[in-house]
Every structure is written in structure tokens, then in C-alpha cells.
Design a protein around this ligand. Structure first.
Ligand SMILES: *Cc1c(COP(=O)(O)O)cnc(C)c1O
Length: 396
């Protein structure tokens, strides 16, 4: 078996596409003007920033004046949540609703606000990984300032009923934000039709560079400044514009939404082949729903193995993947997402996430399906947990 290199961790980050890189390059050494400068070089930069803003807006059905560029998806989440919290607190509203399985950019922001005297309701998700809009409805109170629910989960890929949740919020007069970092460019989004008030997105998950993001803020909502200083981003977010990154994001998002359906179908087919192949290994389970998930995401628990060991063995075979524990961040706790759908700690630990894109070939899929069962078999041979399981002993 010939060793390959397969990048199957696109939910962590993506490669900058050739088209994006090419579009960005002139802005480093030729069109390097400050977009606030009055001379031609500056005006050109300003024009290209605005063109990129139009592209981002068009991709999600927004108006250009509703798009603010930020430094990343995390910043967009922070700005949306802290901004609305601060603004609504002036009206005595100090309650926020989110879900238990949000990205840390949302969860840790909510925890910070709890320390500042806000109250946060964390709605549960069911065993398939979905938020129930009825739970949101029940959680809304007279003093609810904001509901923030992610569009698609970054670990298990489940796509939430965003239109329904937004409708509940709209009906009850509560502002609705969604972290759509994993969804943008993978599922069709129309903020107007879906009734979304604020939406976060990030460049590096859609083949732009790391360190660029955007926040959509519906007209009529006035968010407080997040970074104070110059007059950039219509006085809302100071700091000299990162022109190359902004231009790159514009190109990336335009490419991502082009032929989104066709691409989704093609990726889904390969993903399903991977799911079916991996599930042939005994004692495995698919996390999240089979159909209502991001086209390129699959997350499978493999009992009797450690996620970290699995990743290392896959790496030795040239496959980049991700797992359900966060050892890399210095903690051995299993993922809060996998626990939220009811997985036991030891099962969550042995989870594998692959996030693929269209560039993956049929041969790549075959290779992955050849490598994984072998690696799992070897790890299970060495695993005391597996040995106990096979003897029918209880695992503690
Ligand atoms: C990656 C990610 C983020 C953070 O985006 P950055 O640009 O890396 O800050 C936030 N939310 C979700 C769901 C993500 O997947």
C-alpha cells in the first residue's frame, strides 16, 4: 500500500486556495495603500475592500452595509454577544440563551458575561445533536437579551433548524445571533429569508487565510463599538483594514457559494462512502444525524481505542484528522459536544472526525478505508479497555 498525504481536517482550517492567494498578492507589494488615505493608492484599496464587502454580503443574502470585517470568527462571536448584551442591559435585559454544544468562542463569552452579572440558559441538544426550537421558546423570558445558536456544529456537523429558531425569536421580540463559521460556503444561507439578526463567519474555514472574519448585523440593530480608535468599518471597529485578507475573503466566499448544491452532492457521496466503510468496523457509531449534517463532516466513535493514538497512527499513514478529546489544548477532557449528545466519557475519547472537501479523490477514500480498520485493529490489540470489553467486564 503506497503511503499518501490526505488532509481530512478542513473543519480545523483549510488550505488557502490558489485563486485566493493570487487575488491577495498584489495588495502586499503594489496596491499596499491604507484604505483611509486620500490619494489614489488608498482609494483603490478602499474600493477593493468595498468590493469584497459586496461579495460577502451577496453570499449570505445581506446588504453590504450590514457586513463588518473582523479579525476572525471568534472576534465576530465576541462582538455580537458582548455587544448585544451590553446594549440590552441598558434596557434591563440581562438574560442570554445559548446551547450546551456551542464553539468555545460562544461558550466562554457567555461564561464571561455570567461573571459580569448576566444569566445564561444553556439549552440541551438531543442525542442526534439538534437544538429543539420549542426549548428556545420555553427558555425565552421578558428579560432575554439574546439567543445565540450555532448554524452547524464544528465537531458532529449537525445543521440546526435555524429558520425555525429565528422565527421563534422574531415572534417573541428577541435578537438572534448564529455562529455560522462551519456553515457558510457549505449550506445555502439567506439571512433575510431565514430571519437572522446577526451572523458570524470566518475566512480560514473556506480557503481564505487565517485571521479574517466578518459579522453580519441586520440594519436597525446598532452594535456598540468593539475596538475603539479610528473610523474604520463605519466607526464600529477600529484598526487599519487588513486589505489582502479582506480581498481574499471576498474571493473565497464567492467561490464557496458558487455551485454550492452540486459541490455538496459530490462531497456528500464521498462522505457517505466513508461513513458506511468505517461503520463496518464492529463497535463503532456515527455521531450526529446521517443526513442533516455538513456535506464533508463525519464523526465516528470507535470503542476501545484512544482518539489521540488513533490520530497519531493516522498521521503516520499520512492522514490528517481530528478527534473527540482536546489533548492538544492540554486537557484530557472529552469533547463537550460528544458528551452533550449523551456519549460516555470512554466512548467520546475514541472518536474520530474527518472533514473532507471536493478535492478528495476516490482513491483517497479507498486508502482511508484501508488504513482505518488496520489501525483500529492494532490499537485494540494493545488496549486494556478493549480487552475488558471483550471479556464483558465493566469499564470504569
Ligand atoms: C473555527 C470556528 C470558530 C472560530 O473561528 P476563528 O476564525 O478560528 O476564530 C468559531 N466557531 C466555529 C463553529 C468554528 O468552527
Amino acid at each position: 500500500m503506497e503511503k499518501r498525504f490526505i488532509y481530512a481536517d478542513n473543519a480545523a482550517t483549510t488550505r488557502v486556495s490558489d485563486k485566493v492567494l493570487e487575488a491577495m498578492l498584489p495588495y502586499f507589494t503594489k496596491a499596499y495603500g491604507n484604505a483611509s488615505s486620500i490619494y489614489r493608492l488608498g482609494r483603490d484599496a478602499q474600493r477593493d475592500v468595498e468590493l469584497a464587502r459586496q461579495k460577502v454580503a451577496a453570499a449570505i443574502g445581506a446588504e453590504p452595509t450590514e457586513i463588518y470585517f473582523t479579525s476572525c470568527g471568534s472576534e465576530s462571536d465576541n462582538w455580537a454577544i458582548k455587544g448585544i448584551a451590553e446594549q440590552q442591559a441598558l434596557k434591563g435585559k440581562r438574560h442570554i440563551i445559548t446551547s450546551v454544544f456551542e464553539h468555545h468562542a460562544v461558550l466562554h463569552t457567555c461564561q464571561y458575561l455570567e461573571k459580569k452579572g448576566f444569566e445564561v440558559t444553556y439549552v440541551p441538544v438531543n442525542d442526534k445533536g439538534f437544538v429543539d426550537p420549542a426549548d428556545i421558546q420555553r427558555a425565552i423570558r421578558r428579560d432575554t437579551a439574546l439567543v445565540t445558536i450555532m448554524y452547524a456544529n464544528n465537531e458532529i456537523g449537525t445543521i440546526q433548524p435555524i429558520g425555525e429558531i429565528a422565527a421563534v425569536c422574531r415572534e417573541m421580540g428577541v435578537i438572534f445571533h448564529t455562529d455560522a463559521v462551519q456553515a457558510v460556503g457549505h449550506v445555502e444561507i439567506d439571512v433575510k429569508k431565514q430571519g437572522i439578526d446577526l451572523l458570524s463567519l470566518s475566512g480560514h474555514k473556506i480557503h481564505a487565510q487565517k485571521g479574517i472574519g466578518a459579522l453580519y448585523v441586520r440594519r436597525g440593530i446598532t452594535l456598540p463599538n468593539f475596538i475603539h480608535g479610528g473610523a474604520q468599518e463605519r466607526n464600529k471597529r477600529a484598526g487599519t483594514e487588513n486589505v489582502p485578507a479582506i480581498v481574499g475573503l471576498g474571493v473565497a466566499i464567492e467561490e464557496a457559494v458558487k455551485d454550492i448544491r452540486g459541490r455538496s452532492e459530490r462531497i456528500t457521496e464521498k462522505r457517505n462512502r466513508l461513513i458506511d466503510g468505517i461503520l463496518k468496523i464492529p463497535y463503532t457509531r456515527l455521531n450526529g444525524d446521517r443526513d442533516k449534517r455538513l456535506p464533508g463532516n463525519l464523526n465516528i466513535s470507535v470503542e476501545g481505542v484512544e482518539g489521540e493514538s488513533l490520530l497519531l497512527m493516522l498521521d503516520m499513514n499520512g492522514i490528517c484528522a481530528s478527534s473527540g478529546s482536546a489533548c492538544t489544548s492540554g486537557s484530557l477532557d472529552p469533547s463537550h459536544v460528544l458528551l452533550s449528545i449523551g456519549l460516555k466519557h470512554e466512548v467520546a475519547h475514541g472518536s474520530l472526525r474527518l472533514s473532507i472537501e471536493e478535492d478528495i479523490t476516490d482513491d483517497d477514500v479507498d486508502y482511508i478505508l484501508e488504513v482505518i480498520p488496520k489501525v483500529v485493529e492494532r490499537l485494540r490489540e494493545m488496549s486494556p479497555v478493549w480487552e475488558k470489553m471483550m471479556k464483558g467486564e465493566e469499564i470504569v
